[in-house]
Design a protein around this ligand. Structure first.
Ligand code: SF4
Ligand code: SF4
Length: 393
């Protein structure tokens, strides 16, 4: 490591290290050499998507995003930042809890029937660029999919070998509200490495802290130097600035109680008039986990397969019992989604089901905004301010 140059006393390990863009290049090389399939953000199809990275050159250096309700646009940045862009359409559940899993296949040969189980043999993933809110989402899915009596073997297998490299947020999108959910923009959960990106007059660099034994081992292979005060302060200021610049916020109230107390609110009819029940919000949500089962056969009838697919509580079939669906109306389906996400999730899994990533706002085709809906329900519960009561006519 380089000598300390800014007049500080000897560095403390907790102060971390600093690496330049060359360090990011080495980081991807080290991860690949260790046998990891590195997944991180990259530009594809006019969006920043999560995909396998063969080199750090594929990171979205110089790209940002503009987000709003029902709107996502890629934009060129004036600097070279790689991670100054908020959540894209995918989350890590794409890799940990895949949208399609073939569970078994069966073949008939005359009177003989052979069944073949399909064991999931995933790569060892290194997730590069996990956002603090998405790290919380992984924690939530850990509890949902592996915390009970029946562990999901697909998720457990993928999750157990995964390395998590968090990049703290320094530029939230207009749809982000992690501050009000207590999930970001600083990293507050367990992971392997935490990075904060800085690009100022002192150059483009990353403040890096090891958070696990393997994270520390990897750090030892990178071209880093002891973190200087200016880098640490710039990094902390970037994250604090992101908290201040957060585009949206949930109402400051007990959301669980709010959901339980508003089941008859007229707002549900209002949102039902806009909701298309397309299920986009559940597909992009990093914590939604529901699946369905589909059996398919080929035209000969001699080959069959069972698939597990992501499902959505917005689908009519989702609540099908004998005789028909329990939740027929879009009002009941939207209400189920929101009250579960913000309310009964606490009873079921011990936390909110929302981490404030804003994806459901961005990718809703009609721009329905979960923070706006919660605020409208909150307003409905509050007595009118003096002087604003309607005069009975
Ligand atoms: S809230 Fe938006 S994304 Fe979700 S089901 Fe309704 S229309 Fe689709
Ligand atoms: S409900 Fe919306 S904002 Fe909350 S975690 Fe899911 S997608 Fe993100």
């Amino acid at each position: 490591m380089d000598a300390v140059t800014d007049g500080e006393t000897a560095p403390h390990p907790a102060d971390g290290t600093v690496m330049g863009k060359d360090g990011m290049t080495v980081l991807v090389e080290v991860l690949r050499r260790r046998g990891y399939t590195v997944v991180g953000p990259t530009v594809r199809d006019d969006a920043i998507v999560l995909a396998e990275l063969r080199s750090a050159d594929e990171l979205p250096y110089g790209w940002g995003v503009e987000l709003d309700a029902g709107r996502y646009r890629l934009r060129a940045r004036s600097d070279g930042m790689a991670f100054a862009n908020a959540a894209g359409p995918q989350s890590w559940k794409t890799f940990l809890h895949p949208a399609r899993v073939r569970e078994w296949s069966a073949d008939r040969d005359g009177d003989r029937l052979s069944l073949v189980a399909e064991p999931d043999e995933p790569p060892r993933y290194a997730f590069l660029g996990v956002r603090p809110c998405d790290l919380r989402a992984v924690e939530i899915q850990d509890r949902v999919l592996t915390g009970g009596a029946h562990r999901d073997p697909v998720y457990a297998g993928r999750r157990s070998g995964a390395l998590l490299i968090v990049v703290e947020c320094t530029e939230p999108g207009a749809t982000c509200f992690c501050t009000s959910m207590g999930t970001g923009p600083a990293c507050g959960s367990d992971c392997d490495l935490v990075l904060t990106e800085v690009d100022d007059e002192d150059g483009h660099r990353f403040w890096v802290r090891g958070k696990s034994a393997e994270g520390a081992e990897i750090l030892a292979e990178l071209p880093v130097r002891a973190a200087d005060t200016r880098t640490r302060e710039a990094a902390r200021a970037g994250v604090a600035g992101a908290a201040d610049a957060m585009g949206r916020a949930m109402p400051e109230t007990d959301l669980r109680a709010l959901m339980a107390g508003t089941l008859d609110a007229p707002r549900w009819d209002d949102v039902a008039g806009r909701c298309l029940t397309c299920g986009n919000c559940t597909m992009v949500c990093p914590t939604c986990f529901c699946t369905t089962t589909e059996d398919v056969t080929d035209l000969t009838g001699d080959h069959a397969e069972r698939w597990r697919l992501w499902d959505s509580c917005f689908d009519l079939d989702f609540s099908q019992l004998h005789g028909g669906p329990v939740r027929e109306s879009s009002r009941s389906r939207y209400r189920q989604w929101l009250t579960h996400k913000l309310g009964t999730w606490h009873d079921q899994f011990g936390s909110s089901g929302c981490v404030g990533c804003g994806r459901c706002i961005v990718w809703c085709p009609v721009g329905i905004d979960i923070t706006e809906e919660a605020a409208a329900l909150h307003d409905w519960t509050r007595p009118p301010s003096p002087g604003t009561e309607e005069t009975p006519g």
